[in-house]
Design a protein around this ligand. Structure first.
Ligand code: GDP
Ligand code: GDP
Length: 435
């Protein structure tokens, strides 16, 4: 799991400018859903050979003082919990303010490493003035200019030194099943139902990760790590903090898992946020199972109704028909094991390797079924293909003029691969290269 660096401080000291400098041109997740906070960001950074995540905790609007103090206080608490290193940013142009002092007081009580960053030290004079910030009670001070980049190299050197050591070995080879989904769809209920179940043997794994409640589950004599992403909500009070950090958490949990159990509420339908989680899971090439919870609330439950739900979900994300959908009731413990059975199937599918000879027989057949078009006077040809990797699967196809391959033909190949070789719940990567 990538370490996390949080940027905290009062509004206008330059947090988002620092954030942008740290993540460079990489894409950030922007949290702009709320009026109370300014946008918050989350993205990946890289320095001295280390990757890490950066969180810009944003800022509250300055005139709402009480909300601001409460909001900042809570953000700082969550930031501390979520982070490995904290950058506490102050402004050399403005000097020390009482808000800086309150933030400093909160941070001094914590065990996590805090680097005091005196921003806007654009020149030597400002850099000298920055020494006043020593009175905030931190040992080391980093004067920087986020605008020009002055001093940021030294700061990053220190940040990277403070990150936890990289582990060579993956933490465990036990597959990770992560339950993700919007608040209130029933993630915790589902996990608790499983953990209470007599057919599952459960052991806690203390200290494995700080931000998710992980349990080891033995079911059908197989081991799984079950990751709960719902925990944080119960702690935070300020709504914006909850939403933002659950986005951050969901993203990290998705990157880490083997199978994402994406939970939907059967009574609430499929929303933009669900689509995003689904797309992200596919983008990260994770195994995916859609879990339709609260099935007990659906009035008529014959097989047609399940079909209709399936069609409804698939109509929202047409290229994802390969994802299995299971309807359950966490409340009544209906079909909760089915989820694990299907997740296990997806795990197996994800590890599958198609023999090159089988794949080439297959290619020959589909080329006969639908021939490739002529482009710029040249007939497109796929010469052969091979599965270069599994878990997650990657296929490579050798052809003339790969840049001319129509997207529709690509989709055709993917559909055919799935018809022939299944890969249930598993995103597949196809590369077309010149030969
Ligand atoms: P945030 O509210 O803490 O995220 O602060 P912003 O990043 O939005 O910056 C607030 C203002 O300070 C903006 O006008 C920035 O251009 C400016 N600013 C940020 N970093 C520097 C710097 O290093 N030097 C100077 N002179 N201005 C800066
Ligand atoms: P989370 O935020 O995704 O962890 O959701 P919770 O597990 O906290 O559940 C949110 C609410 O939905 C709670 O009131 C649960 O009792 C309720 N709930 C969860 N699963 C079911 C279910 O299968 N059927 C019904 N009717 N309610 C459920």
């Amino acid at each position: 799991m990538l370490p996390v660096v949080s940027i905290v401080g009062r509004p206008n000291v330059g947090k988002s400018t620092i954030f942008n400098r740290l993540i460079g041109s990489r894409k950030a997740i922007v949290d702009d859903q709320y009026g109370v906070t300014r946008d918050r960001h989350y993205g990946e950074s890289f320095w001295n050979g280390r990757d890490f995540n950066v969180i810009d905790t944003g800022g509250y609007l300055p005139n709402e003082t009480d909300v601001m103090i409460q909001g900042i206080r809570e953000q700082i608490h969550i930031a501390i919990e979520e982070s490995d290193v904290i950058l506490f940013v102050v402004d050399t142009e403005a000097g020390i303010t009482s808000l800086d002092q309150s933030v400093a007081q909160l941070l001094r009580q914590e065990e996590k490493p805090v680097l005091l960053v005196a921003n806007k030290a654009d020149n030597e004079e400002r850099e000298l003035n920055a020494t006043e910030f020593y009175s905030l009670g931190f040992e080391e001070l980093y004067p920087i200019s986020a605008l020009s980049g002055r001093g940021t190299g030294d700061l990053l050197d220190e940040v990277v030194k403070l990150l936890p050591k990289e582990k060579d070995e993956p933490e465990t080879s036990i597959p990770k099943l992560t339950v993700v989904g919007r608040p209130n769809v029933g993630k915790s209920s589902f996990i608790n139902a499983l953990l209470d179940d007599e057919r599952c043997i459960v052991t806690d794994i203390p200290g494995t990760t700080r931000d998710s409640i992980n349990s080891k589950l033995i079911y059908n004599e197989k081991e799984y790590i079950l990751v709960d992403t719902a925990g944080l909500r119960k702690k935070a009070k300020v709504k914006e903090n909850v939403e933002f950090y659950s986005t951050v958490r969901t993203d990290r949990a998705l990157k880490e898992c083997d199978v994402a159990l994406i939970m939907l509420d059967a009574m609430r339908g499929f929303e933009e946020q669900d689509k995003r989680i689904l797309r992200d899971a596919a983008k990260y090439n994770k195994g995916i199972v859609i879990v339709l919870n609260k099935w007990d609330l659906v009035p008529e439950k014959d097989t047609n109704v399940h079909k209709e739900f399936e069609e409804y979900v698939y109509s929202r994300v047409p290229m994802m028909k390969y994802i299995p959908i299971v309807s359950i009731s966490a409340l009544n413990r209906k079909r909760i094991h089915r989820v694990i059975d299907i997740a296990d199937k997806v795990l197996q599918e994800r590890k599958k390797t198609i023999k090159t000879s089988d794949l080439n027989d297959f290619i020959e057949r589909i080329l006969k079924e639908k021939s490739l078009p002529v482009r710029r006077g040249v007939k497109l040809k796929i010469k052969y293909g091979t599965q270069v990797k599994s878990n997650p699967p990657v296929f490579k196809f050798f052809m003339n003029k790969p840049e001319e391959l129509p997207a529709s033909y690509r989709r055709f190949i993917e559909n055919k691969i799935r018809q022939e070789f299944e890969f249930t719940g598993v995103p597949i990567t196809m590369r077309f290269v010149q030969k």
